[in-house]
Design a protein around this ligand. Structure first.
Ligand SMILES: *[C@@H]1O[C@H](CO)[C@@H](O)[C@H](O)[C@H]1NC(C)=O
Length: 299
């Protein structure tokens, strides 16, 4: 009898110690992507500010190919949490490793942030042989989120807090090749269109008429994440050559234009806000203010 009592006490004591030990060891993020309320918000129910052609930055107004005026750390400092880049540009002009290393340096300095990357792979570069080694060299693979099922609906994503606490807080989408067409799939390089749908890109109509332009896979449109291609191009002298124009960026990147575009796409997205609001010239206008409004937070 005495023996049993003693062992029960030991059991209680060890359980208490274990629970307290876990509580002491587990540090939970209290502010996620700048806001306490976002720690409990699922990734699929969050709106992120995005930078179109994040790599193509130049302060030279004569550089027509540029879509951004400020560099990657400055974009991130402005609140950008979705970086889009063209794979072929990166492999030609610099290296993907340099780009990813810049991103990793920022991630290390900002531990309570979830970041999404979107790459285009128009040259069909091998996912396992060319892309994955670049992620490994920069150390991005170790902080990359791998969904338990692929594709996964927008309703099944973990919260930003869970992603930060687990250390897996980078989500990478690839527009082509990650479905097995350019080499064996890599589990943290996700095929974009089976989980994200896009409206038309290179819009020249400032009212951004919305339709589902690119989508793939078995999930319904409403079950996909969605993105606004909220960057306006001009047709140079009617030649059909489309370039982005910083002249109209203050209007295009204003709250009214972004919210109107979000409202225009919402009926196709099950009535919810976009997950990614991708802009040219993120340093102009009020992109972050619009994103805060869509998330229902105040900066
Ligand atoms: C998140 O959920 C709220 C409440 O249903 C909704 O108003 C908002 O549009 C959603 N945002 C996203 C990005 O899903």
């Amino acid at each position: 009898m005495l023996f049993l009592t003693l062992s029960s006490w030991i059991l209680v004591l060890s359980t208490v110690l274990r629970t307290q030990g876990v509580a002491l060891l587990t540090k939970r993020a209290t502010v996620c992507n700048g806001h306490a309320v976002l720690c409990g918000r699922p990734y699929g129910n969050t709106t992120f500010l995005g930078s179109h052609d994040s790599y193509a930055f130049s302060s030279d107004p004569l550089a027509l190919a540029r879509d951004q005026e400020v560099d990657i750390p400055t974009q991130l400092g402005l609140g950008v949490r979705f970086l889009q880049a063209e794979g072929c540009l990166l492999f030609d002009g610099g290296t993907v490793v340099d780009y990813l290393t810049t991103v990793k340096t920022w991630l290390d300095a900002n531990p309570d942030e979830v970041l999404t990357l979107l790459f285009t792979n128009s040259d069909g570069l091998s996912i396992p042989d060319i892309w994955a080694p670049a992620f490994v060299a920069a150390g991005i693979d170790t902080v990359s989120y791998v969904p338990p099922t692929n594709p996964m609906t927008r309703f099944d994503w973990p919260t930003l807090g869970d992603m930060i606490d687990s250390g897996k807080r980078v989500v990478t989408f690839m527009d082509a090749g990650a479905d097995g067409t350019d080499g064996a799939p890599v589990d943290y390089i996700l095929p974009e269109f089976t989980m994200v749908w896009e409206p038309p890109f290179d819009a020249t109509d400032p009212s951004f008429p919305c339709s589902v332009d690119r989508i793939a896979g078995p999930l319904s449109t409403e079950d996909h994440l969605n993105m606004l291609n909220h960057n306006l191009d001009i047709d140079v002298f009617g030649t059909g050559v489309l370039v982005s124009d910083p002249e109209d960026a203050s209007t295009t990147n204003g709250v009214a234009s972004i919210i109107a575009n979000a409202n225009g796409c919402a009926p196709l997205a099950g009535g919810v806000a976009p997950n990614f609001v991708m802009l040219d010239f993120v340093n102009i206008g009020a992109g972050m203010q619009a994103v805060d409004q869509l998330n229902g937070v105040v900066s």
